[in-house]
Design a protein around this ligand. Structure first.
Ligand SMILES: O=c1[nH]c(=O)c2[nH]c(=O)[nH]c2[nH]1
Length: 288
């Protein structure tokens, strides 16, 4: 009985590309997830390990970033078509290219021209404790509120030891997925309106703070809530630092003036902190 190679394809899955277009102080954002998959004359690599026909998946990823730098990312169908055409037209062994792109949508935060909130996806939360002694605590919150500033973020002057390689920066993309919980000292007239108000404070403080660290931004966001909302006595925030690394396009003869970023998913910095009124009533079991 002879054994033959069945259907096969290979590629780079989920190249996370963020493309920023800087139109003066107004920035535009394109956030996509690109997966390419190529097939063709691939008997040799499978049967003998001869890689001559294999355009590396690493090259496919680089092509996504280079094309984003060179051509921009317009409609995802057109960007996908451009990539797929390139792989088939330039690689004799590649007969077929499949390019799949997902696009994530962002809304502007009006406070600045460079601040965005990812559309949809956020979850509203609450935890209420009540016991037989009539004690009630209410903690409201949200999670997965994804925010991004394309500028207005620096990080430098940090402690350095023999393991530090991070370069100081005076301009970076700052992105996070906020988990926020806030403790009510007294019930608001409307929990719905209170939620809207807290969310607005979080967005506006994120957008309006020129950030020297995510920690500083976190504190500014919590403080804005307490400054604005009388009935809230404590805010706890968890904010992952969703790193966006500028891609080095110089090997492809291209500049990257803060336009093409690799949106890394892990590892990520995780910044957590609470902000509270000094005279906040005892939290009791509120946070349990
Ligand atoms: O805002 C930041 N805070 C940090 O503590 C930190 N650490 C790091 O590597 N990058 C950053 N950014």
């Amino acid at each position: 009985m002879s054994i033959i190679l069945g259907p096969n394809r290979y590629g780079k899955a989920e190249t996370r590309l963020v493309r920023v277009v800087r139109d003066g102080a107004v920035h535009h954002l394109k956030d996509v997830n690109v997966s390419s998959s190529l097939s063709g004359d691939m008997e040799a690599v499978h049967l003998t390990g001869d890689n001559a026909a294999v355009l590396p998946t690493d090259t496919q990823k680089n092509t996504v970033y280079a094309f984003a730098g060179k051509h921009g990312v317009g409609q995802i169908e057109e960007f996908a078509r451009l990539l797929a055409g390139h792989f088939v037209d330039t690689q004799p062994a590649i007969r077929h290219a499949r390019v799949e792109i997902e696009e994530y949508f962002w809304d502007r935060i009006p406070v600045s021209g460079h601040s965005f909130v990812r559309a949809g996806g956020e979850v509203r939360t609450c935890v209420v404790h009540h016991d037989g002694d009539g004690r009630t605590t209410v903690v409201s919150g949200l999670r997965d509120l994804v925010l991004l500033n394309t500028t207005g973020s620096e990080f430098h002057g940090f402690a350095v030891d023999e393991y530090t390689t991070l370069q100081p920066t005076s301009d970076r993309v700052l992105a996070t997925a906020v988990t926020a919980r806030w403790r009510h000292a007294s019930a608001p007239d409307s929990f719905g309106e209170s939620y809207t108000e807290v969310r607005r404070c979080l967005l506006e403080a994120f957008a309006g703070t020129h950030s020297l660290s995510l920690q500083q931004t976190l504190y500014a966001m919590g403080k804005r809530v307490l400054d604005t909302c009388d009935g809230i006595c404590e805010v706890r925030l968890e904010m992952p630092n969703k790193h966006h690394f500028a891609v080095d396009l110089s090997p492809f003869g291209l500049d990257n003036a803060g336009e093409v970023f690799h949106a890394a998913d892990r590892p990520y910095g995780l910044i957590e902190g609470g902000v509270l009124r000094e005279d906040a009533p005892d939290a009791g079991f509120a946070w349990e």
